[in-house]
Write a protein that binds this ligand. Structure first.
Ligand code: HEC
Length: 132
């Protein structure tokens, strides 16, 4: 068999293989009910953002110590555009590659980023507050 045809066959098989393994991979996007503000988002904000974004120190005019403050946004306007994570400062500032990245001294994990992205893309819903 000519070498070129053999190569074509092999690369074709590689593509088919990649597609098959793609099917088996777990879905990357959490489902709607898989993201809950109080369970998934609030703990991330509390641990990484509230120190600089609450009543006593609302850096950039933004508070994230209560959901209504998160939705209200800061000096630049709404930080969350429901359905559009890529246009929401609350998400884009987390993936910013410049000194604007939040939080300033660390980086959120890929899992945390995925949760915030999913929460915004699924409409930035706030479920009724759990009893505490
Ligand atoms: C160490 C303090 C500090 C922490 C922690 C921090 N920020 Fe900030 N943040 C700032 C400061 C200071 C500004 C204002 C200057 C600027 O925009 O960069 C700001 C601005 C912002 C803005 C822009 C607000 C606006 O309307 O202009 C967003 C959005 C934001 N932060 C999100 C976050 C998120 C989300 C976290 C947690 C993942 C976080 N920040 C953690 C200090 C902090």
């Amino acid at each position: 068999m000519p070498k070129r045809i053999l190569l074509l066959l092999l690369s074709g098989m590689a593509i088919v293989n990649a597609q098959e393994s793609g099917k088996k991979a777990p879905p990357r996007k959490p489902k709607a009910e898989a993201v809950n503000y109080y369970r998934d988002i609030e703990p991330i904000l509390t641990a990484n953002c509230v120190s600089c974004h609450q009543a006593a120190m609302a850096a950039g005019g933004l508070r994230v110590d209560a959901p209504e403050n998160v939705l209200q946004g800061g000096a630049s306007g709404p930080a969350v555009i429901p359905g559009k994570a890529q246009r929401s400062l609350l998400y884009t500032r987390l993936t910013d590659t410049t000194a604007k990245r939040m939080p300033p001294a660390s980086t959120l994990t890929e899992e945390q980023l995925a949760l915030i992205r999913a929460w915004i893309n699924l409409g930035a819903k706030i479920e009724p507050a759990p009893k505490r």
